[in-house]
Design a protein. Structure first.
Length: 224
C-alpha cells in the first residue's frame, strides 16, 4: 500500500503528441539529449509508458518531432514573397538563432538528414534560390552549399556555447587568450593568422555568420 501511495498521480486530461513534444523540448533544452528518456517523460507528464508510445514510436521519432517543431517556427516566420535575397538571409538568421537556443537541433539535423525537418529547410532555400534566378543546372549545388554552411556554422556555434557553459569560462577572456597566442606567432609563417588576431578578439559570432551568408549569396548571384 505504501508503494501505491508514493506513486506519481496520473494525469486526468488527454495526452497529445503536441504535449509530449513540448515536454521533450523542455527536457532537451534544460539538460540535453542524455536526459531525454521515456522515464523522464512519464514523470514530467504524469502518465504511463503506453500513453507516450501511442503517439511516438521511440526516442529517435521523438527527437525528430521536436526538431520539426522548432524548425516549423523558423519556416513559418519567413515571408517567401519578399525579395529572395532578404528572405534567404532571414531563413539563415532564423536557423542560426533556433540552433543557438536549442543546441540539440543541429545534432539531430545532421544525424538523420532524411527526416522532414531538413527536407523543409532544403525546400525553402531551394525555392528562394530559384526565385533569385539561379539557373537549373546550378540550383542543387547552390542549395546544398548554402544549407551546409548555415547548419554547419550554426551547429558549431551551439557546440562552442555548450562547451563554454559547461566549463563556466568567459568567452571574452577565452578569445583574448587565443588572440594573444595568435599575435605571437611567426608572421612569416602565419601572416594571415597574425593579422586576424585583433578581429578574433572583437568579433561577434552571429555577425560573422551573416557576413558569410552574404558572401555565399554574392557568389551565387554570379551564377545568374
Amino acid at each position: 500500500m505504501a508503494n501505491k501511495a508514493q506513486r506519481t498521480p496520473r494525469r486526468t486530461d488527454g495526452l497529445s503528441k503536441e504535449l509530449i513534444v513540448k515536454a521533450a523540448t523542455e527536457i532537451l533544452d534544460a539538460d540535453g539529449e542524455t536526459a531525454l528518456t521515456f522515464r523522464a517523460l512519464t514523470t514530467r507528464l504524469s502518465t504511463g509508458y503506453g500513453a507516450i508510445y501511442h503517439h511516438v514510436a521511440n526516442k529517435s521519432d521523438l527527437l525528430a518531432a521536436a526538431t520539426a517543431d522548432v524548425m516549423a517556427g523558423v519556416m513559418t516566420g519567413v515571408v517567401i514573397d519578399t525579395e529572395p535575397r532578404e528572405a534567404l538571409r532571414a531563413v539563415a538568421s532564423g536557423l542560426f538563432d533556433a540552433i543557438d537556443a536549442h543546441p540539440w537541433v543541429g545534432a539531430q539535423l545532421s544525424r538523420e538528414p532524411w527526416r522532414p525537418a531538413l527536407l523543409e529547410i532544403y525546400e525553402c532555400i531551394g525555392r528562394l534560390l530559384d526565385a533569385l534566378g539561379v539557373p537549373e543546372h546550378a540550383l542543387f549545388d547552390a542549395a546544398g552549399a548554402l544549407v551546409n554552411y548555415v547548419l554547419g556554422v550554426a551547429g558549431q556555434n551551439a557546440a562552442n556555447a555548450r562547451v563554454l557553459a559547461s566549463s563556466e569560462a568567459d568567452r571574452s577572456a577565452l578569445l583574448d587568450t587565443v588572440a594573444a597566442q595568435w599575435s605571437q606567432l611567426d608572421p612569416g609563417k602565419y601572416p594571415f593568422v597574425v593579422r586576424a588576431a585583433t578581429q578574433l578578439r572583437e568579433h561577434d559570432d552571429r555577425e560573422q555568420f551573416l557576413s558569410g551568408v552574404d558572401i555565399f549569396l554574392a557568389g551565387i548571384a554570379t551564377l545568374r
